[in-house]
Design a protein around this ligand. Structure first.
Ligand SMILES: Nc1ncnc2c1ncn2[C@@H]1O[C@H](COP(=O)(O)OP(=O)(O)OP(=O)(O)O)[C@@H](O)[C@H]1O
Length: 959
């Protein structure tokens, strides 16, 4: 029986679902082993072969559950089938297994009736239930069970929580059977191999040990091998491969196996016909458009309907499937004309089912359908699409079943947005549309751009990579620049960059003159691709250099910090490997930095080994005038190894030209007893110029030396009586005094987010001796309102209330209250405040609390309701009032059990159900230190004592 089963296993099934019928090449002939990696304990990655997935655990002769994760189209199903085939052809690495089955989860989900495990296995292969029953009943049999495409394990979690079965003969829905297999409640001795798209497979609630692998796709070597197999003719292969190798985008796209196949199909037609090789194969969408166009040209001759009708019906089918999370369609839903070449047939349990060649085509056809509808309908569908995706994002910190459904729907639909973006890039898709007399609705482009603009502000970290990807597909330089320019910071350090990301990032950064702060996690190879990018960003590039040698995994963390034109490049160990990373760094990054002035090499000890590096820096950068390591500039005694000439270059004068306001931090003077937690700021101005206060953002334009004293005072509502228009404070009210000098202009910071409508809504109120003067600003910039100073006293911004409230730039500030003995809960105060309220003010007033640093910026609408959601504690709702002090009361109080080290906080706009401050992890460990002191008092051991003295909060209490 087993022999008969082994003989029945082949590529046929997978072939049929991956290629249009009549295709000349098959998967068997094309199979190329992809790159698979495993993270080792030191955090570096090792390449492993398919065979090595099955190496036994060191400690016992036992296989843990194997989890193979990979992006869509990376070849997970192909590997699953390959393993089944290897077992059937009795490859030694699988000889421990008497039986192997492969359950494809997308097919399992289609079964509506209840069955038992034996029936389910029989359904997936050529054996009958009674044959399987006889084999599996024999308990000495070792079974390898592959579950392919468990992409949304969270779905299963809810099923697992409710049902599970414990016998292989018990009937249940197939999903329940899969859950019970994962939990090893049935077939506990079997070994599981699970393939999944999800990066967080922990949701599968697996039992026992697990080992994680990631399928990366093809490296350049495998792409070449694949092309060789595809274009069997040597001459044709050389021609096509050369063309692809020179085209950076195409060769990068080929690292995803499914794209490799599509590109080969497209190029085969072009090169075989000797036709002009298409330019514009730049974005994923343009490659898909070309592919569909090729199929239409070569496989759809003599259509009985127009191409537009065909594409619309395919699109409608694709869309329905996307919304109902369905990838298999029965014969009734698929009309004859639609089927070939766009859909593939597969027989599932006696029934003929259809699917798109790959899920990505279903996403593409959905997008195509949206842009081919008439204007109104198209607008409505795209609006709904964007809303659904954003709703999923907003719910991402919820964990109930309903939220989970929304989240997975949102994840599934995201790629459709990318394709819609790509279809808006008219230059590249126009010939296809023109040829078939079709047009993309203009509205769609405007709609998408508005959405991307908003989202880039709202989701600066979590969904930024997706937004950048959308910008890449849109491929419009000026729009990309505009969107990114408004970004204050972007944190992509959690993202492990893949090939496709690098080109996308390069395109985005090349078109953005100035990104405020950027955090990235990159390798040496990334540096080459990102090229000119790093010097454009002000803050941090986080580089992980890894050696790809298999035997010697190595990962050294290097931090390069780039601010203005200063580069800080710390190296932890002075090893050869690090030096080679340093060389790569020098070659690839510093060369792209023009006018480099300072370099700090953060090396532990400066020895002669560093001299060549230092000299090469000095020679390469004539503009360099400071070179140092750690915090000190090169010391004379260390310089004796340099020639006079070198020293001269190194000691060049530092000429700095500064046109912007000089930043200063004022002295904070506590006020008298009554108001002792209110601060007066003192600035002693050294010379004529513009000076910006780092705490309040006020800018003083000074005519010469002098002393400026200023503080925040309260707005008195009576002051507004008698105004002909309704006015409201739009910033803190400052009492400003200047002694022994002259202050000629004042720039007050504002928090308005301007639109065409509210552009002129700001005025400045000047209060003196009980009188109010309303002053028209000299100029209003994105951040400040400038006025001429007449006399000193109280100045504050006012806003005319002509329009309904619009969002203002705001901040979320977090403070932990001190904990007292036996208290079982921490109290976290959350303040929602306009961005112009100085943090120093709030800190001073709540001096007894510990400020928890987090990225605090967001935009909030005065008068609107917001829900603060704290995981695991729950949500509360409050109204956001534009409070400009000087008294600041917390908007929310969150009570958290002292045992909890970390919470996840997010802020949701109650009316629009949108996240305005995406979830952040908040660590409560400072307070835990204090808790230790209270419970164990003086008995705390020395390390604990040390931690306690370091704890900022404890210092305050001691004081
Ligand atoms: N190792 C491989 N050798 C040759 N071709 C491959 C290989 N892996 C994938 N392909 C090509 O890519 C296509 C998609 O692969 P596959 O269906 O295995 O991806 P997947 O990771 O399971 O994707 P998804 O998560 O979207 O289901 C295949 O139909 C095949 O054409």
């Amino acid at each position: 029986m087993v022999c008969q089963y082994k003989k029945s296993v082949d590529w046929k099934d997978l072939n049929e679902r991956s290629f249009p019928s009549g295709e000349r090449v098959s998967l068997a002939a094309l199979y190329t082993e992809p790159v698979i990696i495993q993270k080792n304990k030191k955090g570096s990655f090792l390449n492993v072969s398919v065979e090595e997935l099955f190496s036994k655990s060191n400690l016992c002769l036992y296989y843990p559950t194997i989890i193979l994760q990979g992006n869509p189209g990376s070849g997970k199903s192909v590997i699953a089938q390959k393993i089944l085939l290897d077992w059937a052809s009795e490859k030694p690495y699988l000889e421990d297994f008497d039986l192997t089955f492969c359950l494809r989860y997308e097919e399992v989900k289609c079964i509506s009736e209840e069955m038992n495990l034996i029936e389910l296995l029989s359904w997936s292969c050529s054996l009958t239930s009674s044959q399987i029953s006889r084999m599996v009943l024999n308990s000495v049999q070792r079974v390898l069970l592959i579950i392919d495409g468990l992409d949304e394990p969270d779905e299963l979690r809810f099923i697992c929580d409710e049902f599970c079965i414990s016998s292989k003969f018990q009937r249940a829905s197939p999903e329940v059977i899969v859950c019970s297999l994962l939990r090893q409640q049935i077939l506990p001795r079997s070994v599981l191999l699970i393939t999944t798209r999800t990066k967080f497979p922990h949701g599968m609630l697996l039992e026992g040990q697990q080992r994680f692998f990631r399928i990366v796709g093809f490296s350049e070597k495998e792409v070449e091998e694949y092309f060789h197999k595809f274009f069997q003719n040597e001459e044709l292969f050389r021609k096509v491969y050369e063309f692809v190798r020179k085209n950076e985008t195409l060769i990068t796209a080929c690292s995803i196996p499914v794209m490799c196949w599509i590109i080969c199909m497209v190029l085969r037609e072009r090169f075989c016909e000797g036709a002009h090789v298409t330019s514009g194969l730049e974005t994923t969408t343009s490659i898909y458009v070309d592919f569909v166009s090729t199929l239409l040209e070569h496989h759809c001759q003599g259509l009985s309907q127009s191409v537009l009708t065909l594409l619309r019906s395919l699109g409608q089918l694709a869309e329905r499937g996307m919304l109902e999370q369905q990838v298999l369609f029965d014969e009734k839903t698929v009309s004859e004309t639609m089927s070939d070449p766009f859909l593939c047939k597969r027989k599932i349990s006696q029934e003929m089912m259809f699917s798109f060649m790959h899920h990505s085509f279903q996403e593409f056809f959905t997008a195509l359908y949206y842009v081919l509808l008439d204007e109104e309908e198209s607008k409505r569908k795209v609006r709904e699409l964007l809303r659904t995706v954003e709703k999923g994002w907003a719910l991402s910190c919820w964990s109930d079943r309903e939220a989970n459904l929304e989240i997975s729907k949102s994840k599934l639909l995201q790629p459709v947005i990318l394709f819609v973006c790509g279809l808006c890039k008219k230059e590249w898709v126009s010939s296809f549309f023109e040829k078939h007399n079709m047009a993309v609705s203009v509205n769609v482009e405007t709609q998408l751009k508005e959405w991307l603009n908003q989202c880039s502000q709202r989701y600066q970290n979590e969904h930024m990579l997706f937004i950048l990807h959308c910008l890449y597909e849109l491929h419009e330089k000026s729009f990309t620049g505009k969107v990114l320019e408004q970004l204050v910071s972007m944190d992509l350090s959690n993202v492990q960059l893949e090939n496709a990301h690098r080109w996308m990032l390069r395109f985005c950064f090349q078109n953005c003159v100035n990104i405020g702060k950027l955090r990235l996690s990159i390798t040496c190879d990334d540096l080459k691709i990102l090229q000119s990018t790093p010097y454009r960003c002000e803050e941090l590039i986080h580089q992980k250099a890894s050696l790809k040698k298999r035997t010697k995994g190595f990962c050294q963390e290097i931090i390069i910090s780039i601010k203005d034109e200063d580069v800080i490049f710390p190296l932890k160990n002075e090893t050869i490997i690090v030096k080679s990373a340093a060389e790569v760094f020098l070659q690839d990054v510093l060369h792209s930095v023009s006018g480099l002035k300072k370099v700090h090499l953060q090396i532990d000890k400066f020895t002669g080994r560093w001299i060549p590096t230092v000299l090469s820096l000095v020679w390469t950068f004539p503009s360099l005038n400071e070179l140092g390591w750690r915090k000190s500039v090169l010391l004379e005694r260390d310089m004796k190894s340099f020639t006079e000439e070198d020293l001269k270059t190194m000691k060049k004068e530092n000429i700095e030209s500064k046109s912007d306001a000089e930043l200063f931090t004022p002295e904070c003077v506590q006020q008298d007893d009554e108001d002792k937690h209110k601060t007066t700021y003192r600035f002693v101005c050294p010379h004529v110029g513009q000076f910006r206060c780092s705490l309040t953002s006020l800018v003083f334009v000074m005519e010469g030396e002098g002393e400026v004293l200023y503080r925040v005072v309260s707005w008195d509502p009576r002051l507004f009586v008698g105004f002909d228009q309704k006015m409201t404070p739009a910033g803190p009210l400052y009492n400003i005094d200047c002694f022994n000098g002259s202050l000629s202009k004042l720039h007050l910071p504002h928090c308005e987010i301007f639109s065409e409508k509210n552009k002129d809504s700001l005025d400045v109120a000047h209060f003196t001796c009980g009188n109010v003067e309303i002053m028209k600003p000299l100029q209003v910039t994105e951040t400040h309102v400038m006025i001429d100073i007449k006399g000193l006293s109280l100045y504050g911004l006012l806003k005319r209330l002509i329009f309904p409230p619009s969002p203002v730039a705001a901040q979320v500030l977090l403070f932990l209250r001190p904990i007292i003995a036996r208290q079982r809960e921490n109290v976290l105060d959350v303040h929602l405040l306009p961005l112009t309220v100085p943090l120093s003010e709030v800190k001073n007033q709540h001096w007894e609390n510990t400020h928890i640093k987090t990225s605090s910026k967001c935009s909030l609408t005065p008068g609107s309701e917001y829900s603060l959601c704290c995981q695991p504690e729950g949500c509360t709702t409050e109204k956001f009032e534009c409070d400009f002090g000087p008294n600041y009361h917390p908007t929310f109080e969150v009570f958290v059990n002292v045992e909890t080290d970390e919470v996840r906080l997010s802020l949701l706009d109650k009316t629009e159900e949108k996240e305005v401050w995406v979830p952040r992890r908040i660590l409560l460990t400072v307070i835990n230190c204090l808790y230790l002191q209270i419970t164990s008092g003086k008995d705390a051991d020395p390390p604990a004592q040390k931690r306690l003295t370091e704890c900022e909060f404890v210092k305050k209490t001691q004081r």
